[in-house]
Ligand binder design. Structure first.
Ligand code: ATP
Length: 226
């Protein structure tokens, strides 16, 4: 049995990543450093349960994450892409993914990393009470969701979290914590980037190796106009 303070601290960053963009990459780098994680995993969903179905295939979305990370020196080899949801039953419930990861690598302390927009949707997640007893929560500022909004959203999760005004974090059951980071923000979304690509415009917030991949595979309606 590994003592919690010695456990490897692993961030789990799930999403559709259709495609991965600079907002995702910068969020991951910031959380890694700010929360002193040992490792952070991008976990592309095979089939997201609460969103429209992805435009690009799982294989393409995972490959785009891999080329983006390979190009990013600041990761220090600590940020990886996990393809675990490809072999789990669909739809891709985070609860099932975390259970599978814990079976494969016991003794880690896992933190779920989400944007503040996803926090508002958390009450609808599959087996959310159990999930929040198994992982810490790291919420990153996005859109118009501010600290008061985060407060309300955590309160809406029932008796799970209590606010600790002194430390600026929330305490959950079984020693779990929720943390809100509002010191990073990059307003960009995959849907906006897809909208630009279909018009033949490349967003500066699309990492260059991802744009090269999109062009090579003619994804998102991209056409090379001669
Ligand atoms: P779409 O526009 O297709 O809905 P997206 O840009 O929101 O996509 P996802 O893959 O759905 O990207 O997001 C995965 C996770 O990353 C979610 O928790 C989301 O809240 C978070 N996220 C995405 N973009 C940002 C951003 N710019 N700032 C903070 N969090 C973000």
């Amino acid at each position: 049995m590994v003592a919690p303070e010695e456990a490897l601290r692993v961030g789990l960053f799930g999403g559709t990543f259709d495609p991965v963009h600079q907002g995702h990459i910068e969020l991951a780098l910031h959380v890694l450093v700010r929360c002193q994680l040992d490792r952070l995993l991008f976990i592309p969903a095979l089939l997201p349960p609460h969103k429209r179905q992805p435009v690009a295939s799982f294989v393409h979305r995972a490959a785009m994450i891999e080329v983006a990370l390979a190009d990013c020196r600041e990761t220090g080899g600590r940020i990886h892409c996990s393809r675990i949801e490809e072999r789990l039953p669909a739809p891709s419930y985070t609860h099932n993914t975390v259970e599978a990861l814990m079976r494969e690598e016991a003794g880690c302390r896992y933190s779920l990393v989400i944007g503040a927009d996803s926090l508002l949707d958390l009450p609808n997640w599959h087996r959310i009470d159990e999930l929040l007893q198994a992982v810490d929560l790291i919420v990153v500022k996005r859109d118009s969701v501010d600290r008061a909004g985060v407060d309300r959203a955590l309160a809406a999760l029932g008796p799970t979290f209590a606010r600790d005004d002194g430390s600026g974090q929330w305490h959950g059951r079984g020693g779990r914590i929720a943390l809100y980071l509002d010191d990073t923000e990059l307003p960009v979304s995959s849907s906006a980037i897809r909208g630009e690509l279909v018009e033949g415009r490349a967003s500066p917030l699309l990492p260059p190796p991802v744009l090269a991949y999109v062009r090579r595979h003619q994804l998102y309606g991209w056409k090379d106009f001669l």
